[in-house]
Design a protein around this ligand. Structure first.
Ligand SMILES: [Zn+2]
Length: 304
């Protein structure tokens, strides 16, 4: 009898030791990750980077140190609901490259009674698709949810870019990739594709926002070097739909054109002009502004 009790007691002690060891192990992993994240980051949260190879390793550690998953599309889950976030897009060492030099076929917004979380860029099957910014490949596989062959790259500033419906994937998960490197070939894979195009998304911690907030597709360049994203950027409302297609000149889309615009945090004249289908020149003329004028938040601009 005493033998059985002793055996149960020993098992309990072993269990306790196991639980304590597991806790200590997790603590070490957490402290280690914090170490990696804080070792390679500046005070502003961006990785220290001076263009040399070791800095690339630091960048890799920084990008992959948390919520890194090669199979889950949205690893942040509900942990992060971005409030206001300032994102630096380029600097002297990092540049932007258009994924494909082409026109927009379909915009971000509400479309066919459901949100279109990216925009569609015209291409032919087999056209090379390039990474927009430096980063690390987080996801590179066929996705059953409609994306088809999908590559997701996470960038040093926390942004992720999605490249969907590819006919061929040329990169492996966890590979470091530079802006302009070919990641695959365009196509029409996936159940939601009706013709060859690149479905391109920009996301911050899982939350999509309009790629046109940061990229001036018509000009093939960034709208600005940095951007301030607020909660409103992450809402795809039916009312703020921009789901007009490239060639659409319907009365409905004309009726949707606004005549005034209230300046928000992070706005630039170019971004306002592109969003509202006007030009910087027109905005400057109508509002007696210089192209490089500092925009006052809350000021209402005439658009047309
Ligand atoms: Zn699309």
């Amino acid at each position: 009898m005493a033998n059985i009790e002793w055996r149960i007691l020993r098992q309990l002690i072993n269990l306790e030791i196991f639980v304590v060891m597991k806790f200590i192990q997790r603590l070490f992993i957490a402290v280690g990750l914090m170490g990696i994240c804080s070792n390679v980051a500046n005070a502003d949260g961006n990785p220290r980077y001076d263009g040399n190879d070791s800095a690339y390793v630091a960048m890799y550690d920084f990008i992959t140190c948390e919520y890194w998953d090669n199979d889950d599309l949205t690893p942040y889950g509900d942990d992060f609901i971005p409030d206001t976030v300032h994102i630096k897009l380029t600097d002297e060492f990092r540049c932007f490259v258009m994924p494909v030099e082409t026109k927009i076929n379909s915009h971000y917004g509400w479309r066919w009674n459901r949100p279109h979380k990216g925009l569609d860029l015209h291409l032919e099957t087999g056209d090379p698709v390039k990474a927009a910014f430096d980063g690390v490949v987080r996801y590179a596989q066929y996705n059953n949810g409609g994306y088809g062959n999908l590559v997701i790259i996470r960038h040093y500033n926390g942004l992720e870019t999605y490249y969907a419906h590819l006919s061929k994937i040329d990169v492996l998960p966890n590979a470091i990739i530079k802006a302009g490197e070919v990641l695959g070939e365009g196509g029409c894979s996936g159940s939601r594709c009706t013709g060859p195009h690149l479905h391109f998304e920009t996301r911050y911690k899982d939350r999509p926002f309009n790629p046109q907030e940061i990229i001036a597709f018509e000009q093939g360049c960034l709208s600005s070097e940095s951007i301030m994203l607020t909660k409103s950027n992450f809402v795809i409302g039916k009312s703020n739909s921009s789901s007009t297609t490239f060639n659409s000149k319907s009365a409905k889309s004309k009726a949707n054109l606004k005549y005034s615009y209230k300046i928000k945090n992070g706005d630039t004249l170019l971004a306002i002009a592109l969003r509202n289908k006007t030009s910087v020149k027109t905005l400057c003329k109508l509002n007696k502004l210089k192209p490089d004028a500092t925009l006052k938040i809350g000021r209402v601009l005439r658009l047309r």
